[in-house]
Design a protein around this ligand. Structure first.
Ligand SMILES: [Zn+2]
Ligand SMILES: [Zn+2]
Length: 137
């Protein structure tokens, strides 16, 4: 059982989750890459009933997924942050990990669509790590 909160970049949409995580995946499918604008998406699946939107109303976008099923993406109409994704008729919601206020407890267990992963999704230990934004020279 976990309790956590989250929201979008501008703060117009806020949500709370109370329940058990169904699963946590890193998804490398084309849709996840496109919708996040990032190398891959870490998706946190929860039961629909365990998620409550406490502020604002997300905008919805329907599309057909690679699997052929109808998916609904929900995002902030003001700042565009991606928040939720659901499949029509299934009581499970996937949350984008980046929307969670403190996601330090989140541990993905699988990579989905690994065959489609782009090279920069394979995180390298050779990178130089700055704790914050370094000073401009
Ligand atoms: Zn927003
Ligand atoms: Zn995906």
């Amino acid at each position: 059982m976990v309790n956590f909160s989250g929201g979008c970049l501008c703060g117009a949409i806020r949500y709370e989750v109370s329940g058990d995580l169904v699963r946590v995946v890193n998804c490398h499918c084309d849709d996840c890459r496109r919708v996040t604008g990032s190398a891959f998406a870490t998706n946190v699946f929860v039961k629909e009933d365990d998620l409550v939107v406490t502020l604002g109303e997300p905008k919805k976008f329907e599309h057909i997924a690679n699997s052929g099923s109808k998916r609904i993406k929900e995002f902030c109409p003001n700042c565009g942050s991606q928040l939720f994704s659901t499949t029509l008729g299934r009581p499970i919601t996937s949350l984008k990990v980046g929307s969670i206020d403190d996601a330090s407890f989140i541990k993905p267990t699988i990579n989905l669509f690994w065959s489609r992963a782009i090279p920069c999704a394979r995180l390298s230990s050779d990178l130089i790590n700055y704790d914050e934004m370094p000073d401009k020279k």
